[in-house]
Design a protein around this ligand. Sequence first.
Ligand code: GLN
Length: 204
Amino acid sequence: MTAPVVGVLALQGDVAEHSRALQACGARVATVRTLAQLASVDALVLPGGESTTIDKLLRRFELMDPLREQIRTGLPVYGSCAGMILLADRITGGIAGQQTIGGLDVTVRRNAFGRQVDSFEERLDAPALGAAATDPPMRAVFIRAPWVAQHGPDVQVLATVSTGPAAGKIVAVRQGALMATAFHPEISGDLRIHRAFLRLVSQR
Ligand code: GLN
C-alpha cells in the first residue's frame, strides 16, 4: 500500500513549515489551493496564519463548501492555531461575518492568551500524545493563540497547559478524524503532533 498523500492548505500561513514537518515524518505531501488538488489528497493540514484571511480566501476560491463536505464524509484534517479556529463549530472574539469550516464540537476563543503576549513557549500535559513520563516534556510555541473554551462530549482533550496563568487551558483536541492544536508544532521541531496525526490518517 502506498503512503497516503497529506495536503497542506496553501492559501496563507506557515505552509512550508508544516510540509517540512510532515516530510520529516515520512509523509507524502502536496499543497492544496484548488478544488482538484483538494479532491486528490487523503488528509489535510490547515496551517497557522490568520483565520479571518484564510476564511475569506476559502470562500473566494470556492473551497469552503467542498471542504465542509469532505470533512462530513470523513477526511482527516489537522489544524494548528488559525487552523484550530477554522475547524471549530463556534468561535468567540471573531470579526464581523467571520465563518469557520467547522466539524469540531468546540467553542474556541480567538487571541485567548491576551494580545500583549504575542508569542511564548509553554510546557504541556499531553499523556494522550504519547508524551510518557520518560519522554522529554512537550514544549509548545503559542503565537496569538486561541484556546478551547468549551467542548462537546465526543471531543477528546489531548493536551492542556501545565504551568503559569493559563494552567489547565485546553490546547489540543481530537474528534473522530479531526485534530487541532492551539500551538505550532511545525515551528518547535517536536514531531509528536504530526506523527499522531499521521497515525490517525493511517487508521482511517
Ligand atoms: N490569532 C490568529 C487568528 O485568529 C491565529 C494566530 C496563529 O495562527 N498563529 O487567526
